[in-house]
Design a protein around this ligand. Sequence first.
Ligand SMILES: [Cu+2]
Length: 125
Amino acid sequence: MKKIGLVTMFAGFAALVSCGGSSTIGGYNSGNPTDPVGSSCPTNTLCMRASIFQPTSVTVAKGVTVSFQNNSNVDHNIVFDSPPAGVTDIGPISSGTQTRVFNTAGTFALHCTIHAGMNANVVVQ
Ligand SMILES: [Cu+2]
């Protein structure tokens, strides 16, 4: 697992400070503090917890950046069942935030192939 060190703490602090819904935090190996299930998730963000997404649905307008944030200290990936043009799958990522921009309206189901039943939707209006 990840070492909790000064760099990790800084990364976590930076995440707290910079959470604007569209910021990108770190790379794959930075490691962030574990957010407990039920922690708040930034606007326009799908957060990955121990083995679930929170919330399970995020709704945005077309063209808005959606963030996918893993603060769980557990590897997750995001695989879209039927992604709109220009949107690619993510991960696996052990930590940090990835972003995607959805320019097509619709409901886009996604899941983590590492954890059965870890499902969510991005709804684009
Ligand atoms: Cu997962």
